[in-house]
Design a protein around this ligand. Structure first.
Ligand SMILES: C[S@@+](CC[C@H](N)C(=O)[O-])C[C@H]1O[C@@H](n2cnc3c(N)ncnc32)[C@H](O)[C@@H]1O
Length: 293
């Protein structure tokens, strides 16, 4: 079956999740591969198997090239210990005690590899039915996700105006991406959990030491981000996850291409970093979990 029809099937089976991002009314699938609301605002499915529900096109620095490198780095296992920690925390904290289907949203999912990996791990550990939904504002990122992973609803959307009804999701993931706490709180079930990942102070410190030596960007703190989280959600867990990852020259190039840390760095400095032959970097994350107040 063509990707677009597989995506149509999954969206059709889960159309209760969606609300119109224009007028807020209920949505359903029309015969043509389109999701439309009662007021006739309609959104076509792309033949690659995703739906674009963004109201105006946006220019983002998170383009296909960057998110492709991110996806390659993710597939190499760079994020695996952090993702395993997230799976363990979901099992402990999400309270999946009954057998009803559970819904997991990844808000700011990029190329989709984290969500796919988390769902695969959770499905191997339990027979609860899980439906994943990944949204990102980058069409490039979502098209990579739809190309690589089937069985998940992939949607181009703004996390500040989520096209979903209230209280639909058991878990919202927000990994290294901006947050909209009002929207996360609205779409989470009362018993649901929000899992946010933010970089720790040693995240990619080897790159920071090269690019930001003697500037205020050399050291890094996410205290304010965590403080904002605690003002919007009741924090029930705060874990650190740190480890070192080995690199070769190809993975170093993809790492430099995937991180916003290099956005304002001149080309010569990037080449210098490659010549220096960095062979190990530190991954350092805060994993914070919150429930609705
Ligand atoms: C650093 S990337 C992280 C992507 C992915 N979670 C990961 O860890 O590889 C940040 C992501 O947030 C997305 N993003 C930024 N603003 C957004 C918004 N308003 N709505 C949805 N996604 C957004 C970007 O397009 C990008 O994919």
């Amino acid at each position: 079956m063509k990707k677009i029809y597989k995506a149509l099937n999954i969206i059709s089976n889960n159309s209760h999740l969606f609300k119109c991002p224009v007028c807020g009314s209920k949505m359903s699938i029309l015969d043509s591969p389109t999701l439309a609301c009662d007021n006739k605002h309609s959104f076509d499915l792309a033949r690659q198997g995703y739906i674009n529900m963004l109201l105006k096109s946006n220019k983002t620095k998170y383009d296909r090239d960057m998110l492709k490198s991110r996806s390659i780095i993710a597939k190499s296992g760079f994020f695996d210990p952090m993702l395993q920690e997230i799976c363990d925390l979901i099992v402990k904290k999400a309270g999946f005690e009954n057998t009803q289907a559970k819904f997991i949203l990844d808000a700011g999912c990029g190329g989709g590899s984290h969500l796919s990996r988390i769902l695969t791990t959770l499905k191997a550990e339990s027979d609860i039915s899980l439906q994943g939904v990944g949204i990102d504002i980058s069409k490039g990122g979502i098209s990579i996700a739809a190309r690589d992973y089937e069985g998940i609803i992939w949607c181009v959307a703004d996390l500040a105006n989520l096209p979903f009804n209230d209280k639909q999701f058991n878990v919202v993931l927000n990994i290294l991406s901006p947050a909209s706490y009002t929207e996360f709180s609205r779409i989470l079930k009362d018993s649901g959990i929000l899992i946010k990942v933010v970089p720790g102070k040693d995240y990619l410190i080897q790159l920071r030491n090269i690019f930001y030596d003697r500037t205020d960007k050399k050291s890094y703190s996410n205290e304010q981000v965590i403080h904002l989280f605690t003002q919007n959600f009741n924090m029930i867990e705060h874990k650190m996850c740190s480890y070192n990852v080995a690199l070769n020259e190809i993975s170093l190039r993809h790492l430099l291409n995937m991180t916003p840390l290099t956005w304002n760095v001149e080309k010569e400095k990037l080449e210098k970093a490659i010549e220096m032959g960095i062979r190990e970097v530190t991954a350092d994350f805060h994993i914070i979990i919150g429930k609705k107040f």
